[in-house]
Design a binder for this molecule. Structure first.
Ligand code: HEC
Length: 326
C-alpha cells in the first residue's frame, strides 16, 4: 500500500517536472529567436527541428492506442488493460511534449508563418497539454477528467495533423482527387486562376494589363502556394502588388520598382538552380527565361499596377517573350 503511494507521489512529481521543463524549453526557444538569432543557431534549430516530422508520428499513434486501451478497459474482459494505461499515458505525454517543442524549434528556425502554421502550432501545443492532462488526472484518480482530456488530445491530434499536412502539401491535398460532387463539401472551389488566365488570353496583347493579366497569374502559378496568405515563406507574400513591395526576412523588398537588380525576387529566380537560395524551392516548376525577361521589363517600367502592354511599348525582344508566355 505505502509502496504504491510513494510511487504515485513520485509520478506526480515527475509529471510536474516534465510540464515545467516543456514550458521552460518553449519559453527559452521563443526568447532566443526574439533576440535575432545567429546563423548557427538557426541552422542548428532547423537540424534538430526537422526530427519533429519523424518523432510526431509516435505520440499520434500512442494517443490512439491509449484511447483504445481505455475503451476496452471498460469492458469486463479488458480490465487487465487498466494497469498498463498509466504507462502508456506517460509515453504519450513525453512524446507529445517533446515533439511539439521540436515543432516550435523548427518553426522558429525556418521562420515559417501563415494561417496554417498558426493553427498547426496551437493545436499541436494543445495535444501536448491535453496528453499531460490525461496523465495528470489519471494520477490523481479523476477518471472522467482524464478521459475527457484524452478525447481532447485525440481531436487536437487530428486537427494538428490536418493543418500540418496542409502546410506540407497544398490545402486541397485531401480534396484534390475527390469525386466532383464531394469537392464543395471538402471546401475545394478550384479553377479560379485558370479562369482568369483564359479571360486575359482572349484580350488582344496590347490591351492586357501587365500586372493583372500577366505578372499576377505567373506568380500565382509558380510562387503563391508558398508566398500567399496560407503560407508566407521567408515572410514574403507575392499575391498582391502591395505585399511584394515589402521586405521579407532578407530586408530586401520582393520587388523594387525601377530596380530589378535590387529586387530580391529577381535575384532569387536568376540564381543557378543548384544554389540553395534559388526560387522556387523543392524542384517546383521554375520561371522560364521569357517569364523572367517579362518580369524584369515590368519592374524596370516602375512595376505599374494598371498599365497595359500597349502603354509600356515593349521592344521586339520583349514582345517575342510576351508571345511565348504560357
Ligand atoms: C515550394 C515553396 C516555394 C515556392 C513555390 C517559392 N518559394 Fe520563395 N521561398 C520559399 C522558402 C522556404 C523561403 C524562405 C527561405 C529562403 O529565404 O530561402 C523563400 C524565400 C523567398 C524569398 C526571400 C524573401 C526574403 O526577403 O527573405 C524570395 C524573394 C522568394 N522566395 C521568391 C520566390 C519567387 C519569385 C517564387 C516563384 C518563382 C517563389 N519564391 C516560389 C519557398 C518557396
Amino acid at each position: 500500500m505505502s509502496e504504491t503511494k510513494t510511487s504515485s507521489k513520485s509520478n506526480l512529481f515527475w509529471s510536474f517536472a516534465v510540464l515545467i521543463l516543456w514550458l521552460v524549453a518553449l519559453g527559452a526557444t521563443w526568447y532566443l529567436f526574439q533576440k535575432g538569432p545567429s546563423d548557427e543557431l538557426k541552422r542548428f534549430s532547423i537540424f534538430i527541428g526537422r526530427f519533429h516530422v519523424i518523432l510526431i508520428h509516435f505520440p499520434m499513434g500512442i494517443v490512439g492506442l491509449l484511447a483504445l486501451m481505455e475503451l476496452f478497459a471498460m469492458r469486463k474482459h479488458g480490465a487487465h488493460l487498466h494497469h498498463s494505461t498509466r504507462f502508456v499515458a506517460w509515453v504519450a505525454t513525453l512524446g507529445a511534449l517533446s515533439s511539439s517543442w521540436l515543432g516550435y524549434v523548427l518553426m522558429s528556425g525556418e521562420h515559417i508563418s501563415g494561417e496554417w502554421m498558426t493553427w498547426h502550432l496551437w493545436t499541436g501545443l494543445g495535444v501536448g497539454l491535453a496528453c499531460w492532462g490525461a496523465l495528470f488526472f489519471k494520477l490523481i484518480h479523476l477518471r472522467v477528467l482524464s478521459l475527457l482530456s484524452l478525447l481532447g488530445a485525440l481531436g487536437l491530434t487530428a486537427a494538428a495533423g490536418h493543418y500540418g499536412g496542409a502546410m506540407v502539401h497544398d490545402g486541397d491535398y485531401l480534396a484534390e482527387y475527390a469525386p466532383e460532387p464531394l469537392k464543395p463539401l471538402l471546401g475545394l472551389t478550384g479553377g479560379d486562376s485558370e479562369k482568369k488566365t483564359v479571360q486575359a488570353a482572349s484580350k488582344p496583347l496590347p490591351n492586357r494589363i501587365v500586372y493583372t493579366d500577366i505578372i499576377a497569374p505567373m506568380l500565382e502559378a509558380k510562387c503563391v502556394e508558398c508566398h500567399g496568405d496560407k503560407k508566407s515563406e521567408g515572410e514574403l507574400r507575392l499575391d498582391s502588388l502591395e505585399a511584394m513591395l515589402q521586405a521579407g526576412d532578407s530586408d530586401n523588398p520582393g520587388i523594387l520598382p525601377g530596380k530589378p537588380e535590387e529586387s530580391e525576387a529577381v535575384y532569387r529566380v536568376e540564381l543557378p538552380k543548384e544554389d540553395s537560395d534559388f526560387m522556387p524551392t523543392k524542384n517546383k516548376p521554375a520561371l522560364t527565361p521569357d517569364e523572367i525577361a517579362v518580369l524584369k521589363w515590368w519592374i524596370v517600367a516602375g512595376a505599374p499596377e494598371s498599365k497595359t502592354v500597349g502603354d509600356l511599348k515593349p521592344e521586339a525582344a520583349i514582345l517575342e517573350s510576351l508571345k511565348k508566355l504560357p
